[in-house]
Design a protein around this ligand. Sequence first.
Ligand SMILES: [Fe+2]
Length: 465
Amino acid sequence: MLQDATAERRNNIAPIPFEADAPFLNIVGELPRELNGTLYRNGPNPQFSSPGAHWFVGDGMLHAFHLEEGRASYRNRWVRTPKWLAEHDAGRALFGGFGRKLPDAPPGLTDGGVANTNIVFHAGRLLALEEGHLPTEIEPGTLATRGYCNYQGRIAGPFTAHPKIDPVTGELVFFGYNAAGPLTSALSYGSVDATGKVTRFERFETPYASMVHDFIVTENHVLFPILPLTGSMERAMSGKPPYAWEPEKGAYVGVMKRNGTAKDIVWFRGESCYVFHIMNAWEDRGRIVADVMQFEEAPLFPHPDGRPTDPEKSRARHCRWAFDLSGNTDHFQQTYLDDLTGEFPRIDDRRAGLKSRHGWYACANPKAPMFGALSGIVHVDGTGKRLGQYLLPSGDTISEPVFVERSKDAAEGDGWLLAVVWRARENRSDLAVFNATDIEAGPAALVQLGHRVPDGFHGNWVGAP
Ligand SMILES: [Fe+2]
């Protein structure tokens, strides 16, 4: 297998230049026999390097860890989007990120996205997701790309990388931002039932154009965060940042009843902040409680004039939002539950939208510089209190931790946590399997790869039928 020439790298962002099938992987410890299924992960892995393109807009590469009867195999494939295919034919980059075509690209070519952010299984479909375009359907065994999925033409436009699956009804609830075109303030909202039929699809206006990465779904409500990482066509046309941090615009969260309509949305106001990811949310006696990873200032994007945001404030912490639905106030509360820098929060998905007592997220080492890479995981209870923490050896990094229940009727939190770990010294990756309620003990099993899996975004477990 190909390997990078460098003996030790400082980070794990560079793409890997190959697709592979690796059966009978070496396992350290014992892989639980009940773990039968596949962990799918997605992340940027540009096929060709492109001048000025940020790594997070690179072509999606899927990594599948298949576990069965204590054995493990691995397969990775690029998502063959129209962009990937056109560049593959040309043998070079044709796009420079965010849909920007390079000057020497053939005319008539349009960007169809990179499908690099998440991979979700619903109603028999495995969907590679990226928030700018429709889902891309993937064949679950071979990872072959089947093409865009628009549910027989029932949906159109951008589709979030973070749809929610209602654990009670099996319904998939989604939204899309820039729904009326690039850098517009319209959102789309829709749902797909447990059989894969679109039951709702509509559009509505929000207070201003912003980057909306995730949203909130509870038993009876859906909440749309409009946070001041704003989009502006005027800026984009004058060579300024299309997305920028404008805290003076304030934070809005629109609360809609799931059986209601967009014209009845109530907009709550809050302190300016940015949130990429929601851990979970639920309804509690006339209130909605949402646990999020909140940044004081948006990371990765500048102020409108190009100045960077403050790195000390551009880190996420576990934070609780509370919305009083009684009509007494149009402000929502924001209370940090911890000071630890973290991201990629997950729960036992059987409690999605319902009161949960367990959560996990990737964290930075508190002793490392504040802006450090994610190098550990934390287990928290339903109040945000840390129940356990595991830190990797210095230099190693960890992916989003994905929970897998021990059995269908196991208690909440009883199961395993799966995360991909980059071993900096060896420059290769392991799939680490933790006991979800005892992460401090360290991984119960490691599935060892000969190569590295670049730092990616999100993944999900699909149990064997
Ligand atoms: Fe995300």
